[in-house]
Design a protein around this ligand. Sequence first.
Ligand code: FMN
Length: 195
Amino acid sequence: MKEIPIVPLWRQPLARTLYKTHKKPESRYFQLATACESLGIANRTVVFRGFDESSRVLVITDTRTAKWSALKKDPKAAICWYFTDTREQYRLSGKATLVAHDSEEHNALLTRYWHDLSNAAKCQFLWGTPGERRDDGNSLRVSAETIPDLPPSHFCLLAIDINHADYLNLRGDPQQRIRYTLNRQKQWRAIDIIP
Ligand SMILES: Cc1cc2nc3c(=O)[nH]c(=O)nc-3n(C[C@H](O)[C@H](O)[C@H](O)COP(=O)(O)O)c2cc1C
């Protein structure tokens, strides 16, 4: 019998916040921090691409970026997500699984996400290697006709498996803060804490 994954306790409030703020595209942006050899810690903004069936947080990225190499060495990832409309902050941390073109299953998944992207977003993957010196502005001009039907090999996904969450709601007096922890039996527990 197929095991039904448990929905983590923090997911319902987060889904509610996402629903309330869905008209604002920026509500789908969050900051993702990773370990980094040169600086200790690195942080950047990314787009939330949904959850998978195990409630892992999905992010589209490029295997040629620093975050990919960093997560390969150390999969720990921390998300900080603030919703200006509802004045709620979610801090989620866990471990990232790197989804590249290394199996039939991953290829199919990546192809699905590639097809869902806008042409403008697809073009970004055809600009060249992120972080390399840009010596010819023309090389960044990519026309929509050259977009491949299948994703390029560097198009990839991060699937972040959350094992700790911290919710803060600035609305209300007093404010509300909840800490979500996962025990060894993989059960979530929520406790109200002083903000
Ligand atoms: C609003 C916004 C959304 C972004 N979304 C993504 C994203 O979903 N995936 C991604 O790899 N980079 C995204 N970026 C670019 C990253 O912030 C970052 O500049 C780039 O990925 C290189 O990061 P790294 O060198 O730390 O790997 C976004 C930037 C902004 C400002």
